[in-house]
Design a protein. Structure first.
Length: 162
């Protein structure tokens, strides 16, 4: 039986209620994805294996919560940018590895077209920002990636598969 995807629009207050469980949790895994993509797993980790179309097994981890920012993002200190998606690969890899163990202190939506600002316990901030003629390209995964929050046409949506 094929799985269907359900998507519904959510308000800013509904968004805050949905991500509340992330606050105070630790980043347990942080890694670069394809291109300039940033992948973060938060809280308890589950190992998962999927079989690809050609029969190859793909192993990966899913956190209790997760965050993916495609394209543009940066990590800020109090008054400077520490590193970001356009940094040299070596600096970006070291910086991303340094996010592991940080605690999520807060998550905000910024701008009229919602971008993310994730405040960390160290005082650093992770900020998404799209620079192409498109939509913000971030996703927050909930409940071990069973559902997710993302942006469509400038609005927040919650999606899941059933």
């Amino acid at each position: 039986m094929a799985r269907r995807q359900f998507t519904k629009r959510v308000s800013h207050s509904q968004f805050q209620a949905m991500i509340l469980g992330m606050i105070g949790m630790e980043i347990t895994e942080a890694r670069p994805g394809s291109g300039s993509c940033l992948l973060i797993e938060i809280g308890e980790i589950r190992k998962k294996t999927l079989k690809g179309r050609l029969g190859k097994l793909h192993r990966f981890h899913e956190g209790q919560f997760g965050l993916m920012i495609e394209f543009d993002w940066r990590v800020e200190r109090a008054r400077s940018i520490e590193f970001g998606s356009a940094s040299a690969m070596r600096k970006m890899d070291r910086g991303i590895a340094g996010l592991k163990g940080e605690t999520i202190a807060g998550i905000e939506l910024i701008g009229d077209i919602p971008e993310l600002k994730v405040s960390l316990s160290s005082g650093r901030r992770l900020v998404s920002f799209m620079t192409l003629e498109s939509q913000p390209s971030w996703v927050i995964f909930l409940n071990f990636h069973e559902s997710w929050i993302h942006v469509i046409r400038g609005c927040l949506y919650h999606s899941n598969q059933t």
